[in-house]
Ligand binder design. Structure first.
Ligand code: PGA
Length: 263
């Protein structure tokens, strides 16, 4: 695992964006796995800026979002599709037909989830998966006790997740408690994973994921099984890591090797 303790969330977003744009340069038809929530917004702002200021094109990129609430009407302001339109898709040139979301309302949700998995495979798999992490350690909406081998399916949201997301819903508005999400197995099939976590509220989830045993009780810990995962943290989210100083030295060495052209 590559664990980078950044100065702040801006530096984390900066590093993630630089690495995504480098991947895009290598592969113009990159398959991007996208996350929602407050954490990835810094990346999306920078991708939109790269498109507007430097003409970086996403015309051949395919995107697969991690999760979507089940049962919200299309165009609902709290849907993740609306979130992505507002923060990314509306500001870049990715064609609508290249954008994919897990199913949200079909009657046969099992068949629809299987079709979503097939669409990811048909695209050649996810090249770069952007992730956040919940305070309970969830990745996507894979809540604690999600099978580490799970595939795209419908999940009941944990009470903590519902509480954490209550801030987005006006008083009195019904909050969804079901969502379709890529499984942990699906996420682990991505070639590369960039997980960002910022703030002390994420410190326990980060410690359990990076330094804890692999356990379905802390779904982020499944990432220990992945060959190319980067955790981009700030001082707050890294504050419970016992190996904080080690990760700082790793970063210094990485920067030195990069300066010498060895990386
Ligand atoms: P957040 O959510 O980015 O809004 O903190 C992350 C998550 O729940 O996965």
């Amino acid at each position: 695992m590559r664990v980078v303790v950044c100065r702040d969330a801006d530096e984390g977003a900066e590093i993630a964006t630089r690495e995504i744009l480098a991947e895009l340069e290598r592969k113009p038809d990159l398959v991007l796995g996208l996350a929602t929530g407050s954490t990835p917004i810094g990346i999306y702002q920078r991708l939109v800026a790269a498109h507007r200021a430097r003409g970086v094109s996403f015309a051949r990129v395919r995107t697969f979002n991690l999760d979507e609430y089940y049962g919200l009407p299309p165009g609902h302001p709290q849907s993740y599709r609306s979130f992505m339109e507002a923060h990314l898709f509306g500001g870049i040139d990715v064609p609508p037909e290249n954008i994919h979301f897990p199913p949200t309302s079909e009657k046969s949700i099992v068949a629809a989830c299987a079709r979503h998995e097939a669409a990811i495979r048909a695209a050649g798999g996810i090249d770069v998966q952007i992730l956040g992490i919940g305070t309970n350690g969830h990745i996507g909406f894979n809540e604690p006790t999600s099978s580490l081998a799970s595939r795209t399916r419908l999940k009941t949201l944990a009470e903590k997740t519902v509480r954490d997301n209550a801030r987005f819903y006006p008083e009195g508005e019904k909050q969804p408690t079901l969502a379709a999400t890529l499984g942990i197995g699906t996420i682990l099939d991505s070639r590369r994973i960039l997980l960002q976590a910022f703030g002390t509220a994420k410190a326990e989830a980060v410690r359990r994921s990076v330094e804890g045993p692999v356990s379905s009780m802390w779904p982020g810990s499944a990432l220990q099984l992945h060959a190319d995962v980067t955790f981009l943290l700030d001082e707050g989210s890294a504050s419970e890591l016992s190996l904080r100083d080690y990760f700082r030295r790793v970063r210094e060495n990485e920067e030195e090797l990069r300066r010498r052209g060895a990386l």
